[in-house]
Design a protein around this ligand. Sequence first.
Ligand code: SF4
Length: 214
Amino acid sequence: MGKRVQVIEVFDSLQGEGVWVGVPMTFVRLAGCNAPELGLECVKWCDTRYAWMPHAGIERAVESVASEVTLPRCCVTGGEPLLQEEEVLRLIAALHGKGVLVHLETNGTVVPNVLPPADWIAVSPKPPAYHVSPKLAGVAGEVKVIIDEPLFRLGLERASNRVGEIVCPFADAQVCLQPEASGGSELVRMAIALVMAHPDWRLSLQLHKIVGIP
Ligand code: SF4
């Protein structure tokens, strides 16, 4: 029997965040998240709580999941997809086998045994420590920092310094600042002010929430 993977959902949509915003992709959301056990503060505003439990969703053959992907790009996300590292490697291989480019979204906390050969890796370090595996930071194309209330309360100058520290290990990644969606417009204004002060950073708004798509 082929490798099986615990999957929450597979759906087609536009990439809603970061560098590839607006590009059609098939999303494969995997089950399980380590943020609650690590005490990460993103649990307060997470919009995919339904993906936290390791046995949520259904167990499926990797090949069957790959066969559902018909778009040129597939975004493997979670939860934290690297909790199923071996399965992710198999899924990437199956997708590459059919010519699909793979984007991987991770919180960066899992130290992978093998560097995932994804075509694009987006890392979103999580508060309070924003710790990221140096292995992943070294290959990320994108680092997404969520501007949340605690960062906002630092004020512009200290928040700027803090974001600078968070993204420091990501020498080659595009920095994307994304206001936390349930926060007020002051978070958006803070993210804009930070980007204007650092023109090599960019603003990321959640397109899918703005236009009402999955
Ligand atoms: S790591 Fe991602 S899926 Fe897990 S709680 Fe944080 S935001 Fe949600």
